[in-house]
Ligand binder design. Structure first.
Ligand code: PLP
Length: 387
């Protein structure tokens, strides 16, 4: 029998609709395609949604992490504790400031940073914690903020996965338990601007610094040398051009108005997976702890039992059957740069390394059709039956 090649269902995909496109076209035809009114409007909408006082939209989630670390005042020799199970940017931003990331192990069920191991990794040099809300499930912010308070640490939440998530009756992004929170608007995330990101904060001093770092360290008020005329501006810090365009900001505004629908769609698909795979002998499912609403950025299963050692084989079979499965993530310190240039070694976070060896992310995004979800379920069942 001939096997027909199915188009791969990716693990994630943006959801761009006709009105998103219309909004972008309107800006393209306007006078201000960058540094225009849509920047402030997108920022205001993000504040309204999350409840945070200030927001600074930038060109990527990585840029957001970088200026957050700069605003926090990270210096060479400082240490910052983060999770190993994350995208490299969560730790690279620390290196940008010539400070050193330190990896605390994860909780096996949520795959989030373990507060107890965070406590264990504290030293005299620890200056900050960057918790990552893995897969959109918020970290134990209550415990982490308690550790931060008693050790005078800054918390920067890497919420690249978690726009739309709730933690104990507050929105992630409200900064109720942190100093700053970053989001990413990359196409795989909750909403997209193509590339884009934001830093949220309730702290006016941090906000003023973030605004400067976004635009070359330049300011048009609060002069150090005094105003010399209407043309005058000062460069007071070594900043960057991390601005986002109005073309992107208007897309962000339009996308944000659909966030709730997107999250509900993600949660509905996750609930289908939860239901059909509950008690499956081959793998454990993602959890959602009490008091949490996960944004379900990804749906990462963990192989177990006789399947534990077969991740590559199962991954390849799923790919060959048209599922664009992915692995989130190899522990950051296992990358060659971290091992060869910074001296990290395997074994420092055993729970994270065990998780990595057994993880596979199934496709999950709002525009997956019911037919596609049923096809994914069928393929997963068949692959595990045949393995
Ligand atoms: C996507 C992502 C980032 C970086 O965001 P970009 O917008 O791609 O720069 C940072 N941290 C995590 C956990 C991410 O998933």
């Amino acid at each position: 029998m001939k096997t027909r090649k199915m188009k791969q269902i990716p693990y994630s995909h943006q959801c761009i609709e006709a009105d998103d496109i219309q909004a972008v076209i309107k800006v393209l035809k306007s006078d201000r395609i960058t540094q225009g009114p849509n920047i402030n409007e997108f920022e205001a909408a993000l504040c309204k949604y999350t409840g945070a006082k200030y927001s600074v939209v930038v060109s990527s989630g990585t840029a957001a992490l970088h200026i957050a670390c700069l605003a926090a005042g990270l210096k060479p020799q400082d240490e910052v504790i983060t999770s190993p199970i994350t995208f490299a940017a969560s730790a690279n931003c620390v290196l940008y400031c010539k400070a050193m990331p330190v990896f605390a192990d994860i909780q096996p069920d949520t795959v989030n940073i373990d507060p107890q191991d965070t406590q264990n990794k504290l030293t005299k040099r620890t200056r900050a914690i960057i918790p990552v809300h893995f897969a959109g499930h918020p970290c134990d912010m209550y415990e982490l903020s308690r550790i931060a308070k008693s050790n005078n640490l800054t918390i920067i939440e890497d919420a690249a996965h978690a726009l739309g998530a709730d933690y104990k009756n507050s929105k992630i992004g409200s900064c109720r338990y942190s100093d700053m929170t970053i989001f990413s608007f990359h196409p795989v995330k909750s909403i997209t601007t193509g590339e884009g990101g934001v830093v949220m904060t309730n702290n006016k001093k941090l906000y003023d610094r973030l605004i400067k770092f976004r635009t070359h360290g330049i300011t048009k008020h609060g002069f150090i040398y005094g105003c010399q005329g209407n043309w005058y501006y000062e460069m007071q810090e070594l900043g960057f051009n991390y601005r986002i365009t109005d073309i992107q900001a208007v897309l962000g505004k339009s996308q944000l108005s659909k966030l709730e629908r997107f999250i509900l769609a993600r949660r509905k698909i996750a609930a289908i997976y939860d239901n059909v795979f509950k008690g499956h002998p081959g793998f454990d499912l993602p959890v959602e702890r009490g008091g949490i609403r996960s944004a379900y950025h990804i749906y990462s299963i963990q192989l177990k039992g006789k399947f534990s050692g077969k991740r590559k084989e199962i991954f390849d079979r799923l790919r060959n059957r048209g599922l664009g499965v992915q692995v989130h993530y190899m522990p950051v310190y296992m990358h060659p740069y971290y091992r060869q240039n910074l001296g990290f070694k395997a074994g420092i976070c055993p729970v994270a390394e065990s998780y990595y060896s057994r993880a596979i992310s199934l496709p999950l995004y709002p525009s997956l059709t019911n037919t596609q979800v049923q096809a994914i379920v069928r393929v997963v069942k068949e692959v595990f039956n045949g393995a």
